[in-house]
Design a protein around this ligand. Structure first.
Ligand code: HEM
Length: 205
């Protein structure tokens, strides 16, 4: 069944409903004390995993569109990517507001002194750059530079599971699975990666 522009609108509406449903679920978990008396850890985990899961789903769109020959599916990629940034920002805000009581200088010190936070911050900054340049008008203005900038999403895909792995004190299986998933998503794009990463290095050498 070929996807039409109309069906894409429905699919995007579904993406909004599911994402807002997850946000409402988090509010309910907090209000009903399901995260315990101190919900900070629960909210940090929920928002961090939501950011990572949404990123993975975003990165699945192109291969699915390619293998099912449903080119229009690509139109859902932007909204999914923006939701990944939305969750990553809530995750950062939780840490800043509830752990550090809006102490920005402490945030800077923490990010610089704890490597897992440095990695998380790099991911957030890249997601921020990709989100603010995701508008069609900016894409047109940037020309070829736009694709170059948006290729950095591959780095976020690798770094986010590393941040997860590093932040876990005991749980290693789940972050390892995410890491393997990220590597698989990169391997699917082997030809593109070779062109944008390996070829420039080989040329220089
Ligand atoms: C400046 C940016 C960031 C900060 C300050 C930050 C901070 C944190 C903190 C404090 C934790 C909890 C560590 C613990 O359990 O003690 C954490 C875990 C995590 N973060 Fe981040 N993070 C950032 C960016 C990101 C981004 C961009 C992503 C995903 C795209 C992400 C995904 C995760 C995940 C999946 C976890 C583990 C959740 C779990 O334990 O279930 N983080 N982060």
């Amino acid at each position: 069944m070929p996807l039409t522009a109309n069906r894409i609108v429905w699919l995007k509406t579904l993406i909004h409903l599911v994402s807002l449903g997850f946000a409402a679920n988090m509010v309910w978990l907090v209000l009903s004390n399901k995260f315990g008396a101190d919900p900070v850890d629960g909210i940090t985990h929920y928002t961090g995993l939501a950011a990572l899961n949404t990123l993975i789903v975003t990165m699945l769109v192109s291969p699915i569109a390619k293998y099912t020959r449903q080119g229009l599916l690509i139109r859902c990629r932007r909204v999914l990517g923006l939701y990944s940034f939305f969750w990553a920002s809530l995750h950062l805000l939780t840490y800043l507001a509830l752990d550090l009581t809006f102490n920005f200088s402490l945030l800077g010190t923490e990010i610089l002194s704890r490597p897992y936070l440095t990695v998380g911050a790099v991911c957030w900054l890249l997601l921020f750059a990709l989100s603010v340049t995701s508008f069609a008008r900016i894409q047109r203005k940037m020309g070829a530079k736009w694709q170059k900038l948006h290729n950095w999403v591959y780095l976020v895909l690798v770094l986010a599971p590393i941040h997860f792995y590093w932040s876990s004190k005991s749980e290693l299986l789940e972050p390892s699975l995410y890491f393997l998933l990220a590597i698989s998503l990169l391997l699917i794009r082997w030809k593109t990666l070779k062109r944008i990463v390996l070829n420039p290095i080989l040329k220089r050498g």
